[in-house]
Structure formats: structure tokens, C-alpha cells
Ligand binder design. Sequence first.
Ligand SMILES: CC(C)(COP(=O)(O)OP(=O)(O)OC[C@H]1O[C@@H](n2cnc3c(N)ncnc32)[C@H](O)[C@@H]1OP(=O)(O)O)[C@@H](O)C(=O)NCCC(=O)NCCS
Length: 171
Amino acid sequence: MRIEIGQWQVRSFHPDDAEALARNANNRNVSRNMRDTFPYPYELSNAHEWIEFATTQSPETNLAIANDTDLIGGIGITLQSDVNRRSAEIGYWLGEPHWGQGIATAALKATSDWAFSEFDLVRLYGEVFEWNPASGRVLEKAGYELEGRLRKSIVKDGRVIDALLYAMVRD
Ligand SMILES: CC(C)(COP(=O)(O)OP(=O)(O)OC[C@H]1O[C@@H](n2cnc3c(N)ncnc32)[C@H](O)[C@@H]1OP(=O)(O)O)[C@@H](O)C(=O)NCCC(=O)NCCS
């Protein structure tokens, strides 16, 4: 899978992404905004395991964000089940040297369009930790709406914090 977004791409992971994945992901400023399943430190072995998982998943729902030479981040959806089966959660991250250039917004827009066209979804949503206004801004710029504050729903780094729930719905 590959979507061109200007000088960047959202594409399938490749086995040779492992070094760039570990290098970009091994950063507390990234991991503190992610679920605990996103490890810190992020070792090369974690990168190999993730790429093995993402490239054998069916359907493929976890993708790399890349420039012409390197992987620079990741984006993916988690399909929900049962009565939530037409919803998916979306999540994303970028290596810190690549922040502030509009890349996450462009990747989120492209991946949201792809998710709605590829799967039988009517709802995409993202949960943002209360200390991460940049990610809330990314969701707003990509067309997501703030639906509410999930009070004390997150335990991260020994703190109990709120999450902000953003969603995009389509018929
Ligand atoms: C959040 C993240 C994905 C943003 O990526 P990015 O490519 O820098 O995002 P963009 O450049 O598309 O947009 C960032 C927006 O946030 C704004 N922003 C940055 N820091 C901010 C802050 N402290 N408060 C408010 N807005 C902020 C920027 O000004 C920009 O908005 P603008 O275009 O209106 O000026 C990136 O910082 C990241 O990977 N963080 C760690 C992991 C993470 O938070 N993932 C999301 C989990 S929900």
C-alpha cells in the first residue's frame, strides 16, 4: 500500500525500515504521548517485531510515514468490534526532527480517506492525552471534531490524566 502526500508517503512497512524506525521511535517525547504498548527505550529488536507484525497483518492497518529515503513515523487504525464495528481508532507519531512541517496533518488526512474507502467505516476517532495540544491541533486541521473530555481515563507515567476525544464521521 502506498499513498503519495507531496514529498512524503504513507506506505507499507518494509523489513529494511527497522533502523530508521528504532531511531525515530526511541524518544521519550514521542513515547510519552503513546500507549504503553509503544516501548521506551525502543530497541532495534522492537522495530523488527513491529515490522514483522505490521507486514503480516491481514487486513493491513498499520503503515509507515516516510520521505524519499527513510521511514520517519507511523500511522494506523484499530478496527473495533461488536456494536462498535463500524468505528476505528486512529493513531500516529513522527520522529521529533520532522515535527512542525505539517507532515502529521497530511498523513492523517490521507490515511483517514484511505480508511473510509478501504473499510466499511462510518467513524474514525482519536484520543489525545491532555498534555498534547499539538496532536489535538493535528486532528482539528485534518477535519476531526472535538467530542468531549474523557476525565481521568488515562494512566501514563504514573499520572492519571484526561483524554480528549476527537472524531470524524461519514455516511
Ligand atoms: C503530535 C505530532 C504527531 C504532530 O506532528 P507534526 O507533523 O508536527 O504536526 P503538524 O505540523 O501537522 O501540526 C502541528 C500543529 O500543532 C501546533 N502545535 C505544536 N505545538 C503546540 C502546542 N504546544 N500547543 C498548541 N499547538 C501546538 C502547531 O503549531 C501546528 O498547528 P498549526 O499548523 O495551526 O500551526 C508529533 O508532534 C508527534 O509525533 N508527537 C509525539 C507522538 C504523538 O503525540 N502522537 C499522537 C498521539 S494522539
